[in-house]
Design a binder for this molecule. Sequence first.
Ligand code: ACO
Length: 373
Amino acid sequence: MASAVDSIGIGETAITRIDGERGVLSYRGYRVDQLVDQCSYETVVELLLSGALPGAADGPELVHKLAGYRELPTDALAVLEALPSRGLPIDGLRTAVSAMGDLASVYPPAREACLRLIGRIPVLVARLFRRAHGLAPIASDPELGHAANLLSMLHGGPPNPQKTRALERYLILLADHGISASTFVLRVVLSTRSDLASAVAAALGALKGPLHGGAPSGVLDMLDAVGTSNRAESWIAAALARRERLYGFGHPVYRVEDPRATLLRGFAREVADPGRYALARGFEEAALAALRSERPTTPIHTNVDFYGAVLLEAVGLPRDFFTPVFALARTAGWSAHALEQVVQNRLVRPPERYVGPEGREIGGSASPTDPGS
Ligand code: ACO
């Protein structure tokens, strides 16, 4: 009889393919460079969840359908109001997701629950933003798509079309990335037959870390510290000498440039202040040269977060909201992985190798086989 415990863990997925050697990323078999060029975020959500790409004519209906899932449960609203207004927005988001009672008691999660989550997260992010800035919330507009509605709920007024498209492209490119650290966490939680709210709250905890979704705000901190391109080389040399990591560079999977970084470089250029973009470009060139000379055999390239940060700043987001917006984009991928995980669910238990001491006796001396002695 097969063991109830899957000692291998999570290895197979039919959602996203990452070819780290060639730098190609595909959702359900479609390359992201095509998707980002031709599709809306709503279309990509549908593709990730169902596996099929809707036709262009279905676009308006998809927008309306997803817009119908934006209402927040009263418990989540009450929790949001009780949060300290000066706390980190990503912590507020994680706490409010935990309070979504209707998603917290059901296993297995269904597509409907996923759509509710995808619809609500932008509303939570916008409310956290307005609250942090002492402003009244702005109601969502059912006529606006995901990206336009987010900008409208953040800043009020009709959203700028160029900035809306830039944000939408960012959301598409960040919508999934295989079994990343946060997605792995989500799938482990669901593997215990826990619920979607718990799994996403845990994923948000993993995403927050600076080696994962917490990296983009660090990118702008570096650019601010450098100030002008001609200081980049010496600043980077000093940072690397202190063994610090340069945010926005390196990836555990890609051996060439992250294809999302290549695309976002171009999209950021279209919306960023030219001086800011030039500083970012100068910093990037100096960083790549320094990383190459420091470790010539280990390829370290620009990753998604470097120009992602420049783009998010250009569309009017403060840096403490970068990780929540990353989460907002990734909710589509997390949802697809949740649905995939529960189809043939097995409890995830990664293999382990014990490396501690053996055969100890209380009050006795260590055993001769004790590797710790
Ligand atoms: N800056 C400086 N040194 C780096 C960087 C970097 N950005 N990336 C890797 N290195 C160095 C490490 O210090 C390490 O050196 P050591 O062997 O002397 O200790 C070596 O390269 C290997 O580092 P690992 O962390 O083992 O490499 P890995 O490929 O697993 O790391 C990671 C990937 C964590 C993303 C790393 O490149 C990093 O910390 N980057 C900066 C943070 C960042 O941008 N994170 C977002 C990535 S995208 C995402 O969400 C996963």
